[in-house]
Ligand binder design. Structure first.
Ligand SMILES: Nc1nc2c(ncn2[C@@H]2O[C@H](COP(=O)(O)OP(=O)(O)OP(=O)(O)O)[C@@H](O)[C@H]2O)c(=O)[nH]1
Length: 611
């Protein structure tokens, strides 16, 4: 996007409102944001054909918001004054909870959007608590009141009961039809506070680095919230965390189009560019100040987002290795929370060990690599980060079960635990309790919100990363909602389970399991692999082992006839087609010793049922 140039002056604090929208997924956050932009004239009607804030393709396809975006709106209120409203969009998925928190820290208030036909869900709770933790004022907005199933009065009571906030003055809207949107704008102006600036305009510059991303034309763009002082073009700034100096080239706002400005004053949110080479050079949460007249105290900042799930990504065709490296480099330009380093596997050759914020993040990156960069990849089993306490007193992190040191050198293995909140209609409670119990969960609380059960469970992350969410959705026919946060690391009775195919260990299939669950897992894994690995000309034993002990075994019987023999007589085209089909199938196969294992085996084998 090329910026347009519009001169603009600084807005007085009293006429600025900085706010976010917090909601459970699908409750209508993006639709409402689009309506607000539309009503305040941010974009022409024809530009509104698609949801504006969800700008990445995959986000749009999956209908979820990943990267926080911001937009500045001008609103002429009923009191006759014009206000600047800065809306910071927040991601809606648990994997990106960290980004939600930092976006919230740049504003003073939030619209709490709740679907009036669904009511409070797990992410409503998680997100609203984050807003409360950031001292936000809240305006409750009940959306989708056009639906016959909407029950605004009941949902108001539910919000008061569950969240403990006053919902009597909730704004009733339909983001779809546009009903009630002007009331939302009035509520933003009159019920959310103006930003504060302790030092004011004359004080040394103090601004929060909220986010950064890479723009093809302008390079690294940095989203900032000014606390004190003024950010101007040409100013030399210093990032207090990294101590790097830059000269500001451009100051502007997003409407959501880029609009250049001369300056950004206290309370304002906008972007700067300053010949910063990489997104990785900017630290989200850092304090930006003026080099020649610095502020004496930096803002508290945030801890960087830590990857919590790791997996190996390998090119199916070894010749694609360099392309994979360059594609990952490009993705990382805009996603500092995705990490990768080279890895070699005896079975899979050269590839990368990658770190992600969660499973969805993993899937998104894998999908983008395959789709945008046309790469065929093999992904190995996701693993969480284990802490190993060694007998010699040292401590190390284990990101890859294949790197597990000799067990005699380990005194304790600690694994990450999460606290999960699950909301579900009563009917599915039994199945969900069993699922949590089977996954080594510890029940903390069970309460009721009307006919919905609210469950709090502590669970090992290792048991959640594979298919917990899929299982939860299928048990509850899609009605249960789920949110979690990582709490701590706890000691676990964990062992490394190896998988041997035709007598050879396949390092990419090894995994950490709880000893009590090892046998069951091993059996399931062997059964699954038996289904997934095609028959060969010889018998193939599949074994699961801990150390030297085989705990489960299956055998794939030998192929009796050539497949092509099935084709009658000399139908050459048929035969050729079949061979081509086999060849295409082979693209995603890997040779392990004498055995070919299809790509699906690596992930699917780990998605095992709990029946
Ligand atoms: N009937 C009705 N449907 C609505 C309304 N608002 C939004 N929707 C629909 O609800 C679905 C979800 O809306 P979104 O705005 O994408 O939800 P979201 O909360 O932004 O979702 P994420 O971006 O994934 O967090 C879409 O199919 C919308 O068309 C409304 O007022 N009435």
């Amino acid at each position: 996007m090329r910026p347009m140039s519009t001169p603009s002056s600084k807005t007085p604090l009293s006429h600025i409102r900085n706010f976010s929208i917090v909601a459970h997924i699908d409750h209508g956050k993006s639709t409402l944001a689009d309506r607000l932009i539309q009503l305040t004239g941010g974009l022409a009607e024809r530009e509104m054909s698609e949801q504006v804030l969800d700008s990445m393709d995959i986000e749009r396809e999956r209908g979820i918001t990943i990267k926080a975006q911001t937009v500045r709106l001008h609103y002429k209120a009923n009191d006759g004054d014009t206000y600047v409203l800065n809306l910071i969009d927040t991601p809606g998925h648990v994997d990106f909870a960290y980004e939600v928190s930092r976006s919230l820290s740049a504003c003073e208030g939030s619209l709490l959007v709740v679907d009036a036909s669904q009511g409070v869900e797990a992410q409503t709770l998680a997100n609203v608590y984050q807003a409360i933790d950031n001292n936000h004022e809240l305006v409750t907005v009940l959306n989708k009141i056009d639906l016959p199933a909407a029950e605004p009065d009941r949902i108001k009571e539910q919000i008061e009961e569950v969240i403990g906030i006053d919902a009597s003055d909730a704004v009733l809207i339909s983001a779809k039809t546009g009903l009630g949107i002007p009331d939302v704008l009035e509520a933003i102006v009159h019920r959310l506070p103006a930003p504060k600036s302790p030092g004011g305009e004359k004080a040394p510059l103090k601004a929060l680095l909220v986010d950064s991303w890479y723009d093809t034309y302008l390079g690294v763009m940095v989203l900032v919230r000014v606390i004190d002082g003024v950010l101007t073009k040409g100013q030399t700034i210093r990032m207090m965390g990294t101590d790097a100096k830059y000269t500001i080239e451009r100051v502007g706002v997003l409407t959501p189009k880029m609009v250049n400005m001369d300056a950004l004053g206290p309370g304002e949110i906008g972007f700067i560019t300053a010949s910063i080479k990489e997104v990785a050079d900017t630290r989200v949460g850092d304090t930006i100040t003026e080099d020649k007249r610095p502020t004496d105290k930096a803002l508290p900042g945030f801890k960087p987002a830590q990857p919590v799930v790791f997996c190996g990504l390998f090119p199916v065709d070894a010749a694609d290795f360099e392309d994979l490296r360059s594609a990952m480099g490009k993705l990382r330009l805009n996603d500092a929370s995705f990490s990768f380093e080279m890895e070699s596997s005896a079975a899979l050759g050269f590839g990368f060990r990658c770190g992600f914020l969660g499973l969805l993040h993993l899937e998104i990156i894998q999908e983008r690599l395959e789709r945008e960069f046309d790469l065929d990849l093999i992904a190995t089993a996701p693993s969480v980060v284990y802490k190993l306490f060694m007998t010699d007193g040292s401590e190390r992190e284990l990101h890859n079960p294949a790197d597990m040191p000799d067990v005699v050198k380990i005194s304790e293995i600690h694994e990450p635990w999460i606290r999960a909140t699950i909301l579900t209609p009563d009917d599915y409670l039994g199945g969900i309790l069993k699922l949590c119990q089977d996954r080594r969960g510890i029940q903390i609380e069970l309460t009721y919100v009307g006919t919905r059960a609210m469950l709090t469970y502590d669970l090992p992350l290792n048991e959640v990363v594979f298919d917990f969410y899929d299982r939860l959705k299928s048990i509850s026919k899609g009605y249960a909602s789920f949110d979690y946060q990582i709490t701590d690391h706890k000691e676990g009775n964990l062992v490394k389970m190896s998988i041997l195919v035709n007598g050879e260990p396949v390092d990419a299939l090894s995994m950490m399991v709880h000893r009590m669950a090892a046998e069951k897992r091993g059996r399931e894994m062997c059964e699954k692999l038996k289904e997934l690995i095609p028959k060969h000309m010889f018998k193939i034993p599949i074994q699961a082992a801990i150390g030297g002990n085989v705990i489960a075994r299956e055998t794939i019987s030998a192929l009796r006839k050539d497949v092509t023999a099935k084709c009658y007589g000399g139908d050459a085209t048929r035969k050729r087609k079949l061979l081509e089909k086999q060849k295409a199938g082979k693209k995603r196969m890997r040779q392990f010793g004498k055995v070919e294992i299809p790509q699906e085996a690596f992930i699917a084998a780990l998605k095992m049922g709990d029946e």
